[in-house]
Every structure is written in structure tokens, then in C-alpha cells.
Ligand binder design. Structure first.
Ligand SMILES: [Cu+2]
Length: 66
């Protein structure tokens, strides 16, 4: 299960938008996003490109570390 550290999330809206965005991505399920520590965990099929996941998170204005 991938773990992506994310900086810049500060409230439930932030975690909610990351959760929604990741859940909408093909091949990603069981998304859990936490504020403390700032991170996302999820199940990903083998063909999921984590750099795309990071790009999507960055597009929301947060700073992922993959
Ligand atoms: Cu927020």
C-alpha cells in the first residue's frame, strides 16, 4: 500500500479534496488521508503511476513527497 507524505494540508477541507481527487483516479481504492501526519495511503493497481498521483495532489496546491 503506497504512502504519500503531503505537506500543506491544514484542515478537513484539505484532506477532503485530496481524498476526492485520489478516489477519482483509475486503479486507486481505499483512500485514507490524514492531517497529522500529513499523508495519504491507498491501494493501487500495478499500473498506477505514482508520479501522476503526486501531480494531482500538487494541482490541488499541496506538496506531495513520492
Ligand atoms: Cu484546509
Amino acid at each position: 500500500m503506497p504512502v504519500v507524505k503531503i505537506s500543506g494540508m491544514s484542515c478537513g477541507h484539505c484532506t477532503g479534496s485530496v481524498t476526492k481527487t485520489l478516489e477519482a483516479m483509475e486503479g486507486i481504492t481505499n483512500v485514507q488521508v490524514s492531517l497529522s501526519p500529513g499523508q495519504a495511503t491507498f491501494d493501487a493497481k500495478d499500473d498506477v503511476d505514482l508520479t501522476k498521483v503526486a501531480e494531482a495532489i500538487r494541482g490541488l496546491g499541496f506538496d506531495p513527497e513520492v
